[in-house]
Design a protein around this ligand. Structure first.
Ligand code: 5GP
Length: 181
């Protein structure tokens, strides 16, 4: 599981991990958030509140959380045989997954500095109120990540971050316990 506050580059890291690791399968989350201008249609399953609530009622999510006023959830993963599941989710979701899968590798990505995080958040064109909410959440997310014993990785240089995470995943595979990353 790849977790961390908004604006630390998790999406970019996840895409880079998939490029270097042919045995990783990225789960596609559901969200009630509006699609951002220029965001691919495939980034999420974009659902209405009613559709999302219906999916919860059917037990269709392995975890879900409300983040800055929007709902996000991971549907039951269905990877091809031999693949490990990569989840890019917030720490509340990671905590829920950990309850059922204590062996899952949990990585918490940090921005090199709060200024860097803020500038990355602004670069996405989100409303100012949303940016403020995400920045305010970062501290409590970090605390929860420590409680989860997540491995903290500072995303200073993309290449180094991806290499470090790829090697952590490989270590878990070697131990023979990797099912979800
Ligand atoms: P964004 O709106 O910027 O795409 O995502 C906001 C936050 O939601 C990010 O921290 C992202 O990791 C998290 N997120 C995305 N999908 C899921 C999910 O399925 N479950 C949970 N709990 N968080 C998610």
């Amino acid at each position: 599981m790849l977790s961390g506050p908004g604006g630390v580059g998790k999406g970019t890291i996840a895409a880079a991990l998939l490029a270097v690791d042919p045995k990783l399968w990225l789960s596609r989350s559901w969200t009630t958030r509006m699609r951002r201008p220029g965001e691919p249609e495939t980034a999420y399953v974009f659902a209405s509140n009613a559709e999302f609530r219906q999916k919860i009622a059917e037990g269709g999510f392995v975890e879900w959380a409300e983040i800055a006023g929007n709902l996000y959830g991971t549907p039951q993963p269905d990877p091809p045989a031999g693949f490990d599941v990569l989840l890019e989710i917030d720490v509340q979701g990671a905590a829920q997954v950990r309850e059922n899968r204590p062996e899952a590798l949990c990585i918490f990505v940090e921005a090199p500095s709060p200024e860097e995080q803020e500038s990355r958040l602004r670069g996405r064109g989100d409303p100012e109120s949303h940016i403020a909410k995400r920045l305010a959440l970062a501290d409590s997310e970090r605390i929860l990540a420590y409680e989860l014993n997540a491995i903290h990785v500072v995303n200073d240089t993309l290449d180094e971050t991806v290499a470090a995470i790829a090697s952590l995943i490989e270590d878990v595979r070697q131990e023979g316990t990797a099912n979800d990353e």
